[in-house]
Design a protein around this ligand. Structure first.
Ligand code: NDP
Length: 272
């Protein structure tokens, strides 16, 4: 079977490509710069890559950019998305690439008659930020949607981008009759395959690299390998549908620092 992974060089996507290759899939991966070894070397050296991985150049902001990567694929995993919080121009840096990019990818899928299902990497960011109380007795689940107005009021631009993109994806899928499933992970951590650091892994490494304090907040956390495998199940299991929230555990940042303290007793870690 042939599948496409957009943003193939990313943290989650690299594990996804690795597991897809090991399951015998032929993978068409999109990257922005196929000539940058930092983005491609770890992918082309994966087992099975020589025979079954093809890399394509594509940019979220260019219409039709994903056509050749998606053509002929039965499954499409759309993971590409800028993920960072320190933005100067939220519209240009986040909202446009994430929302227009998702629609670009889905439009390419509608043009390719081979595509049976699209698995989109959404986020708990598109689920949990809606002003509803989040006390310990409350269960946040896939029926929740983040509220764009609340995101805007608090300058939560990355969260806004994921919320708007998922909403736009469901609308387009309904209109065009596309079979989509979304994967909505919490903070993803675990080993890196790529040489560059992504935002969620960096949030842990910052503590080791001398951060002076940790945020007084709790997050959901989930392992990157589980997230990659969930994407594959969402494609392979015919009855998979709707949204899947992925949270392995909820922990306060102080608990994360305590785990690091046990693992690295000689490293200076923030006290509060
Ligand atoms: P990374 O930062 O490691 O990867 C992001 C990918 O997006 C890169 O491969 C990058 O491509 C691609 N990308 C960014 N901008 C563009 C663009 N304009 N055109 C084409 N490609 C682009 O991210 P993660 O692996 O952490 O995240 C992957 C997905 O998972 C994202 O959709 C993110 O929102 C979602 N997610 C992540 C979580 C986490 O904790 N990590 C939690 C929940 C959801 P290139 O390398 O070619 O530049």
């Amino acid at each position: 079977k042939v599948v496409c992974v957009t943003g193939a060089s990313g943290y989650i996507a690299s594990w996804l490509v690795k597991f897809l290759l090991s399951r015998g899939y032929t993978v068409k991966g999109s990257v922005r710069d196929p000539n940058d070894p930092k983005k491609t070397q770890h992918l082309v050296s994966l087992e099975g890559a020589k025979e079954r991985l093809q890399l394509f150049k594509a940019d979220l902001l260019e219409e039709g950019s994903f056509d050749s990567a998606i053509d002929g694929c039965q499954g499409v995993f759309h993971t590409a998305s800028p993920f960072y919080h320190d933005v100067k121009d939220p519209q240009a840096e986040l909202i446009d690439p994430v929302v227009k990019g998702t629609l670009n990818v889905l439009n390419s899928c509608t043009k390719a008659s081979s595509v049976k299902r699209v698995v989109i990497t959404s986020s708990m960011a598109a689920v949990a930020y809606n002003g509803k109380p989040r006390t310990p007795d409350v269960t946040i689940d896939e029926t929740w949607f983040s509220d764009p107005e609340i995101c805007k009021a608090s300058n939560m631009w990355y969260i806004l981008s994921k919320t708007l993109a998922e909403d736009a994806a469901w609308k387009l899928a309904k209109e065009k009759g596309l079979d989509i499933v979304t994967i909505n992970p919490a903070m993803v951590i675990g080993p890196l395959l790529q040489p560059t650091l992504n935002t969620s892994a960096a949030s842990i490494l910052n503590f080791i690299n001398g951060a002076q304090s940790f945020p007084n907040s709790s997050f959901g956390w989930v392992n990157v390998k589980d997230v990659a495998n969930a994407h594959i199940l969402a494609f392979e299991v015919p009855s998979a549908n709707g949204r899947y929230c992925l949270v392995e555990t909820v922990a306060h940042h102080s608990e994360i620092v305590n785990v690091l303290r046990e693992l690295y007793p000689n490293i200076q870690l923030p006290e509060r």
